[in-house]
Structure formats: structure tokens, C-alpha cells
Design a protein around this ligand. Structure first.
Ligand code: G6P
Length: 609
């Protein structure tokens, strides 16, 4: 989705803006633009990649030290230079970049047209520049007043950065439901939609809340509420390391992040285990609270939803608490059946996914307790949930999630075990056996990464011409198949689907022809024979079968190719099986020449509905 950057300080703004925009590329975009304060505000925009914008800027001498930039992911109006941001008001008094959607823009355009404003783009954003200009000129009370009046008048979501012709060397910002952070470094103040864009310059950030605004001067940031009164904010420290947002010699962020998994899994486990016991005290999630939970709703999008499906199997089996899992875009509009002692769990890497955030608010409005499993500290979901369990994956840049997924799984296991303990469903021995086995996962993941790469690379290049792929499994193997299938389709553009193995006969099997690729995940001892029967049926119809299983399960009769994983407790297999599934998706995409870190049409952080 759109990305915003800004800088006001001692250094040349254009270099910092372009660097910041390139760090936001992973969010997904189709055009880019910048505005820099010279004698006047200079604006440059280009369709396509940032390199096109850089090309346009080649012989321009921009020495200004204050500016804003934007990567646009088209919602209203095609990707084009005209629709790219920054947008300006009619007489160029106001220059603005925006992330979000203004829902009532057509009504506002009509209002402004009556006052003589004309519009050049198809965007919903242009109306913001003119509306701010309108209020600025009508009430003559300065930028804060004009922005506040605009915020009251518009419906939708936005993070905006604004430069006023009459207020040089100031950047004004405001937000509602779209992400934005403000960094304070030794050489100036920074603005971004996301942490990686400013991590190189500072770790000290302010979070700006909904319906608040701020004025970014060269060495000072002043925050305002909707009444125009100034407010105090606390500077927070982000303990992410800059190297974690760099490729460090890897060809793609995705493969780097796959390899980081042993370390981030270990970090996440250690942060919640104290003296051999799970410790959620830093997020105030006590055993007493868990004891009273009668039903759980897990709500999330994309891969985070797949973590939810895995978690539902583990929680129901271990803690005997009913769990429902929903994709956030469905949950928020279905009038969900929530009861007093329910717990709504939102899983999100970014903490900014619009539908997940709305689902959280829906639950809160109904007075239901909410728990967020989130990676980005200080994100909207983290700030609004009653309880937060952070994953310690560090910055994740590749659009296709890997390490955030793995750490979300870990937090789900920890929660399931703690819940089972609070509900007295497991005794001390089972509890400590589970923790011990969980602590062995980083090493087991490491072994898969070290042992099997060549084999997986080879099979990936053989399979790269597949047209379709089907992933099947039962129980947790089905849950992880959903993720394996998504990993393949989102980055390699091969059609793929995941099925509960027992469902195969109810439709999918009719699609199996000679050499159709079927990936069988076979780890769950209680049902493995049944999955093997399903795979045998597929083989009999010509399917090419790749299995992923531990060596104690004999899959040799059905497999054309087998990937071995170490043995673990039945609940933890998703943490191991997901690794070859990620690698398979990655290497197949690489051999098809796809831009793995930025697959077409996708965005890392989906901040609009
Ligand atoms: C996008 C990303 C996925 C992610 C999903 C949910 O589709 O490409 O990797 O799983 O959003 O994002 P969240 O930040 O809420 O986990």
C-alpha cells in the first residue's frame, strides 16, 4: 500500500527521501513522487519504479533540506504520473501526500467545485489538498486549524503529510487509521509509514494517534489534538537493528528472512519463558484471565489467518477451549456471536491491516476482551488491544511472510500451553515436556535449513513449470498446507490450492491428471495412514507426489520425492513443515524469474479494505 516519507533537518532532503522510499518499496506501489522545499516547493513524479523517479531527478539540483515523498498503490485512478502524489491545491498553496482512502471524496469534490476549485486527477487524495486550502483561506487560522477542520469533514482513513507555501520549512502531518511514525534524529526529524524507512537515521520515534496532527520543524515537533491544543508525547525507542532491514549479501529479503527463523524463534520463545515457566506478566495476561475464557475467536488476514487455523487445532486439543477462526474481512461484517467471557485474538505482523484493525474494534465495541499477537511495536493493533503478545521477528521486508509467520506460531503454542495450564488440562510433566520440546525447535529448523537446501533447490527447478499444485494434509498438516499453497501462488504465480486430504474425493481429485503436482504433508501419527491412502489414490491417477514428513512415517510407497524433517511433538510440526514449504515456494519463484520480494499486485501491509 502507499508509503509516506518526510524529512526536515540539516541535510539534503532529496537523498533521504529517495532512500526512505526505496525502503518502503516492499509495501507495494506503482508510482512515486517527491516534493522538496527550495525557493518554491518543487514536485517530481514518475509512474513505475523509483528508478524512474531517480532518472527524472538526475540533473536537477535540489539542495532543500525539507521535503516529503510518496509511493502510490493505486486505488482511485490508474497508475499514472498525474495520479501519483504529491498532489497540490489549485494555486499550489498546499502540497500533500496521502496513504488511505477518502470515502466521501466525491461529495467533497462537488462542494469545492461550487467554490471554484477544479480537479486534474482521478484520485481521492487531490480533494484533501484543496479542502485544506479552502479552510486555510476561509478561516485564516493557520495550518493546524485547516487540517483539523479537514479531519472533521472527511470520512475514511488517512495518513497525510502537508507542506504549505506560506509556511516554508515545516511539514504538517495528521492521521486516522493509517500508519505513520515520526522519528527524531540528531540531524533532523523524519516521517514514515513504516520503521525500516527511518531506521538508518534514528531509533527514537513518536507515535501519532488517530485524529491528532503535528508540525515537524527542523529541531522540534509540536503535536496537536483535534481542538488545536498542543499535547505532550513520549519518545519511544525501537530496538530493531538496522542490519535486520538490509539484505546482507542475500539475493532476496525472503531467503534472508527464511534463514533468520532459528534465531527469531529462539528470541521469541526466550522472551516468554522465565525459570522454566511461561511468563506473560509483561502483557498483564494472567492465568486468572485465561481461566475464565470460554471461547476464542481468532481473527486475521493472509498468512496470519493460517497461523490462526494452526492455533485452533492446538488450543482445542490441548486446552479444550472452543476456537473459531475467521478472516478479518468476514468477521467484521458478519455480526459475530460474541459472549462475555470470549477472547478475541487478532494476529498481525504489521499491526496495521485495515480489516484486522476493524475486527479488533468491533470486538472492543462489544465489550469483549482482545489480545493481539503483533510484530510491529507501537502499531495500531498493538496500541488498541487489551493485551499484546509481541513476536520478536524484527523487521520483515519480503512481501511473502516467513519469519513473522514462524514467530506467530510460537506465540500461539505458548498461549495454548498457558491456557491448558490455567484450565488444568495438562499436568506439570506435560507442561515442561512441551516447553522443552518447543525450545528444541530453533535447532531443528536450523537443521532443515542446513541439510536440505540442495535437494529442495533441485526439486524446485524440476517443478517450476507446473501449472497447478495441490497441497493436502489432515489436522495440523492441513492447516500448514494452506500456508504452503499461499507461499507458492503468491510469489511464483502458479495456481495452487490446499485441501483437507479427506476432502479430495469431493471434487479436487477430478483435477488430477498425469504429472499434476500434489504436495502431501504427513506428520500427524493419528491420521497419517489415511493421508497415505489419499496420496495413493492421487498417484493411481498419475499425480506427481512430493511428501514432507519425519522419517518415522514411511511415505516411500507414495512419494516421487520426499523431504525429511526432524521429529517433534505433534503440535509443533507446523514450525518444521513450513520451512520446506517456504523454500519450495521461494526456489520455484526464483527459477521462474519472478521479483520474489515484490510480487505483482501484492502489498506487504494492506491498510485499506
Ligand atoms: C498481506 C501480506 C501477508 C500477510 C497479510 C496480513 O497480504 O502479504 O504476508 O500475511 O497481509 O498482514 P498482517 O500484517 O496483518 O500480518
Amino acid at each position: 500500500m502507499c508509503g509516506i516519507v518526510g524529512y526536515n533537518g540539516k541535510n539534503k532532503a532529496i537523498d533521504i527521501l529517495l532512500d526512505g522510499l526505496s525502503k518502503l518499496e516492499y509495501r507495494g506501489y506503482d508510482s512515486a513522487g517527491v516534493a522538496v522545499q527550495e525557493k518554491d516547493i518543487k514536485i517530481y513524479k514518475a509512474k513505475g519504479k523509483i528508478i524512474n523517479l531517480e532518472e527524472k531527478l538526475k540533473n536537477k539540483k535540489l539542495n532543500g533540506t525539507c521535503g516529503i515523498g510518496h509511493t502510490r498503490w493505486a486505488t482511485h485512478g490508474e497508475p499514472s504520473e498525474t495520479n501519483a502524489h504529491p498532489h497540490v491545491s489549485n494555486d499550489q498553496s498546499v502540497t500533500l501526500v496521502h496513504n488511505g482512502i477518502i470515502e466521501n471524496y466525491q461529495e467533497l469534490i462537488k462542494k469545492l467545485q461550487k467554490h471554484g476549485y477544479i480537479f486534474y486527477s482521478q484520485t481521492d487524495t487531490e480533494v484533501l489538498a484543496n479542502l485544506i486550502d479552502y479552510y486555510y483561506k476561509k478561516y485564516k487560522n493557520g495550518p493546524s486549524d485547516a487540517i483539523n477542520r479537514t479531519m472533521v469533514r472527511v470520512r475514511g482513513s488517512y495518513a497525510i503529510a502537508v507542506m504549505f507555501k506560506n509556511h516554508p520549512d515545516e511539514i504538517w502531518v495528521a492521521r486516522k487509521d493509517s500508519p505513520m511514525i515520526i522519528g527524531k534524529g540528531k540531524d533532523g526529524v523524519y516521517l514514515a509509514s513504516d520503521v525500516p524507512a527511518i531506521l538508518k537515521y534514528t531509533n527514537n520515534v513518536y507515535y501519532i494517534d488517530n485524529l491528532e496532527s503535528a508540525c515537524l520543524k527542523k529541531d522540534e515537533i509540536i503535536f496537536y489534538d483535534l481542538n488545536g491544543d498542543t499535547i505532550e508525547k513520549e519518545l519511544k525507542v525501537i530496538d530493531w537493528d538496522i542490519t535486520s532491514a538490509e539484505k546482507e549479501g542475500y539475493e532476496h529479503f525472503m531467503i534472508k528472512e527464511i534463514h533468520e527463523q532459528p534465531e527469531v524463534i529462539k528470541k521469541t520463545i526466550s522472551s516468554y519463558i522465565n525459570d522454566g515457566s511461561i511468563d506473560f506478566t509483561k502483557c498483564n495476561l494472567t492465568k486468572d484471565i485465561l481461566k475464565n475464557v470460554e471461547q476464542i475467536y481468532i481473527v486475521a488476514c493472509g498468512s496470519a489467518y493460517h497461523v490462526g487455523v494452526c492455533a485452533s487445532y492446538v488450543i482445542e486439543d490441548l486446552a479444550r477451549v472452543p476456537v473459531r477462526v475467521d478472516v478479518a474481512s468476514e468477521f467484521r461484517y458478519k455480526n459475530p456471536l460474541l459472549k462475555e467471557n470470549d477472547l478475541v485474538i487478532i494476529i498481525s505482523q504489521s499491526g496495521e491491516t485495515a480489516d484486522s484493525l476493524a475486527a479488533l474494534r468491533e470486538a472492543k465495541n462489544r465489550g469483549i476482551k482482545t489480545l493481539a499477537i503483533v510484530n510491529v511495536v507501537g502499531s495500531s493493533i498493538a496500541r488498541e488491544a487489551d493485551y499484546v503478545l509481541y513476536t520478536l521477528a524484527g523487521p520483515e521486508i519480503a512481501v511473502a511472510t516467513t519469519k513473522a509467520f514462524s514467530t506467530q506460531l510460537i506465540v500461539s503454542y505458548l498461549l495454548a500451553i498457558e491456557l491448558a495450564c490455567a484450565k488444568k488440562q495438562i499436568d506439570k510433566e506435560v507442561y515442561s515436556d512441551l516447553l522443552k520440546e518447543m525450545q528444541s525447535l530453533p535447532e531443528k529448523v536450523n537443521n532443515i535449513l542446513n541439510d536440505d537446501l540442495k535437494g529442495i533447490q533441485k526439486i524446485a527447478s524440476e517443478l517450476s513449470s507446473a501449472q497447478d499444485a495441490f497441497y493436502i494434509g489432515r489436522g495440523l498438516d492441513y492447516a500448514i498446507s494452506l500456508e504452503g499453497s499461499l507461499k507458492l501462488k503468491e510469489i511464483s504465480y502458479i495456481h495452487s490450492e490446499a485441501y483437507a486430504a479427506g476432502e479430495l474425493k469431493h471434487g479436487t481429485i477430478s483435477l488430477i491428471e498425469d504429472n499434476t503436482l500434489v504436495i502431501g504433508v504427513v506428520t500427524q501419527e493419528a491420521v497419517y495412514e489415511k493421508t497415505l491412502s489419499n496420496l495413493t489414490e492421487v498417484k493411481a491417477r498419475g499425480g506427481y507426489i512430493l511428501t514432507i514428513s519425519p522419517d518415522n512415517i514411511d511415505v516411500s510407497k507414495v512419494s516421487n520425492y520426499k523431504i525429511s524433517i526432524p521429529k517433534t511433538n505433534k503440535f509443533f510440526y507446523p514450525s518444521l513443515t513450513v520451512i520446506p514449504l517456504q523454500l519450495l515456494g521461494y526456489y520455484i519463484a526464483v527459477s521462474r524469474g519472478v521479483d520474489v520480494d515484490k510480487p505483482r499486485n501484492l502489498a506487504k501491509s494492506v491498510t485499506v479494505e
